[in-house]
Design a protein around this ligand. Structure first.
Ligand code: 5GP
Ligand code: MG
Length: 178
């Protein structure tokens, strides 16, 4: 098995690029069918989703807007930690079809907050797209409209996802070897 060592951990190749791209082909077809006449706005969640978004977007052949957003924790308030602030959203989403593009949904906590936030901004319809989902780790109910790959409850890196910011450039996905 091909392995990669990042900092203090070793990861084994689990999803080669060809498998990732075939999975993206499939969801791109679904999106093409569902969203081609909606003029959606895609919100790509940085940093992890950058590589996924690039491969996904070039497969879509309809009019759409694209914004890169980032979630950051508020600092300096008592209620801090789990409240996330949204950076980078400059277009009006009120009345729009919004499609969130994430790298991975693990517990679902992040996605649930993000969806609630976009709802409060008055979006007409919100779709959730994720490269990876860990169904066995899901604790917060979120409706996932487009999932490229379902994976077990393991820690992965590559294809945009990091371990201490390393591994984002890997073209394949690797799983932590315990
Ligand atoms: P959630 O809020 O769904 O529990 O976690 C979502 C975030 O946790 C993701 O956006 C990602 O940043 C991080 N995360 C969850 N699982 C993994 C994983 O297996 N590998 C990496 N690199 N990040 C993960
Ligand atoms: Mg993420």
């Amino acid at each position: 098995m091909k392995t990669v060592t990042l900092v203090d951990k070793t990861f084994g190749l689990s999803h080669p690029e060809s498998e990732i791209l075939a999975a993206i082909d499939k969801i791109a077809e679904e999106m093409q069918r569902d969203l081609h006449d909606k003029k959606p706005i895609f919100l790509v969640v940085l940093n992890g989703a950058y590589m996924f978004a690039s491969d996904l977007m070039k497969r879509l052949e309809f009019t759409a807007q694209l914004q890169f957003i980032k979630l950051s924790s508020y600092t300096g308030t008592e209620r801090s930690q789990d409240i996330k602030e949204l950076i980078g959203l400059t277009e009006e989403v009120k009345g729009r079809t919004v499609c969130i593009v994430e790298d991975i949904v693990d517990s679902g906590a992040t996605m649930q907050k993000l969806v609630a936030h976009i709802e409060r901004l008055g979006a007409d319809d919100i779709k959730v797209c994720t490269l990876l989902s860990k169904p066995n780790a899901l604790k917060y109910p979120v409706k996932l409209d487009y999932v490229a790959l379902e994976i077990p409850n393991d820690f992965i890196v590559g294809y945009g996802l990091d371990y201490y910011e390393y591994g984002r450039n890997l073209r394949d996905i690797y799983t932590l070897i315990p």
